[in-house]
Design a protein around this ligand. Structure first.
Ligand code: PLP
Length: 449
């Protein structure tokens, strides 16, 4: 097929028939978007042949870039062998079993069990089921309230959207009444006049205040991303997580770390929890577990929870047709193999991330940059209209002017969240590829200013 010749037609069909996620339907039907046709290494190509350096690893998932033949081969081989069978009703399959073991091997010792889903959203739904089962098994069904944070993102099923802290998503769901939200540790937006560590302690202590307000006997768990990703790569002050961990240790609630973005090396170790010294009881994962090549998610369950669940008779009434899908599990196994054998995470943390963060800081003095923040292979550049008042650049200008028109045209894919430009480049970038990314970012800032 001549892709070049058919591009106009493809775009037209897309605009006419395809409703896109997190998209203004009316705007898209009128203006359309970009049709991606192929990808190689860390570059994506539109149907017109426009090449872009992918500063977002797809949607935070292709940590190993796009040219991982062994993952493709593993999936192909598995499809030829056992393309599908379910894991319900006393059945299992080899890749799912091996992936469960491989995941246990890369998590802290207290994690020895996993429940598979197809996505991060479903994994967070699963967390709610596991948590309520955990307390029911102990004869404490009243412990069912969940505390989360404003501006958190935990997915887009109704339960996951309610767990998250994003207003427009709540408006579509009518909410669920057992989720309560506390402040996010976003120093630049919420508390820039305070000392960052005092701010971190203050917002962490809102967890304790909320537990007291709701009654410890009613609160089941606190859920949080080690670094809020979709909310704007919100790097918590150093004081934040130790205080949250202290509160979780002292109060009778479970800690759920949503590692869907932070997991698999983004912050410099296998898990964001390790980077921040957190000891969660449940960990949500998805995305980079298969390098984005197949849909797969899940929950790692620590012994404290698993021991209670396993000691209890009676069916756990939850599951998905594709839980532990053999082809997705094969992709997961091949991905973990590359990450382990290639020492990719430690290598990126030692050699690429410091360069990325150092070069990003060079943009901090730019007149429309309010803050540059990051950790590992994860960063945000907050755009402002006025540096001294920190007045944000209008989100529309940030999105249309900076992202879509300028950065994309220059050949860089970054993402906009409000007035923050967020980046999560593949861990396999070289330093010179990071230099190109920063150079294009700098040029886009100049054009936008
Ligand atoms: N949790 C976090 C932290 C996420 O960033 C996301 C997606 O971006 C999800 C959950 C939902 O994952 P999925 O889109 O696979 O359902």
């Amino acid at each position: 097929m001549n892709m070049q010749a058919n591009t106009g037609n493809l775009k037209q069909l897309d605009q006419s028939h395809h409703l896109h996620p997190f998209t203004d339907f009316k705007d898209y039907a009128t203006n359309g978007g970009r049709v991606m046709s192929r990808a190689e290494h860390i570059y994506i190509y539109t149907a017109e042949g426009h090449k872009m350096l992918d500063g977002m690893s797809g949607l935070w998932c292709c940590n190993l870039g796009y040219s991982q033949r062994s993952i493709v081969d593993a999936v192909t081989e598995q499809l030829g062998q056992l393309p599908y069978y379910n894991n319900f009703f006393q059945c299992s399959n080899q890749p799912a079993i091996e992936l469960a073991k491989a995941l246990v091997d890369i998590t802290p010792e207290r994690f020895n069990h996993v429940f598979f889903t197809n996505s991060g959203s479903e994994a967070n739904d699963t967390n709610l089921r596991l948590v309520s089962r955990y307390y029911q098994c102990q004869g404490r069904p009243e412990k069912k309230l969940i505390i989360s944070r404003k501006n958190a993102y935990h997915g887009s099923t109704i339960a996951a959207a309610c767990l998250g802290g994003m207003g427009p998503m709540h408006e579509q769901t009518n909410g669920i009444d057992y989720v309560h939200h506390i402040e996010q540790p976003h120093w630049f937006e919420v508390g820039p006049d305070e000392d960052p560590n005092e701010f971190g302690l203050r917002v962490a202590r809102q967890l304790e205040e909320k537990i007291d307000e709701l009654g410890e006997e009613n609160v089941a768990a606190f859920i949080a991303e080690p670094v809020q990703g979709a909310g704007g790569v919100i790097i918590p002050p150093d004081s934040y997580w130790p205080e949250v961990q202290r509160i979780c240790n002292e109060r009778d609630i479970l800690l759920i770390a949503d590692e869907v973005i932070c997991g698999f090396g983004r912050t410099g170790q296998w898990w964001g929890s390790e980077t921040y010294g957190i000891e969660p009881d449940l960990m949500t994962f998805a995305k980079a577990v298969t390098n984005g090549f197949q849909p797969l998610g899940g929950v790692m369950v620590a012994d404290k929870v698993a021991d209670v669940l396993l000691a209890h008779e009676g069916e756990f009434a939850h599951g998905l047709t594709y839980s532990g899908h053999p082809a997705a599990a094969a992709a997961g196994l091949a991905t973990l193999n590359i990450l382990k054998e290639g020492n990719v995470i430690a290598d990126a943390a030692a050699n690429i991330a410091p360069h990325f963060q150092r070069r990003l800081q060079e943009l901090a003095d730019h007149k429309i940059v309010g803050q540059v923040r990051g950790r590992g292979m994860f960063a945000a550049v907050e755009l402002v209209k006025d540096k001294s008042s920190r007045e944000p650049l209008a989100a529309e200008s940030a999105g249309a002017l900076f992202c879509r028109n300028t950065a994309n045209e220059l050949g860089l894919m970054v993402r906009q969240t409000g007035n923050a430009m967020i980046m999560a480049p593949p861990l396999i970038c070289s330093t010179s590829e990071i230099d190109s990314l920063i150079d294009m970012l700098g040029q886009a800032l100049d054009v936008t200013a």
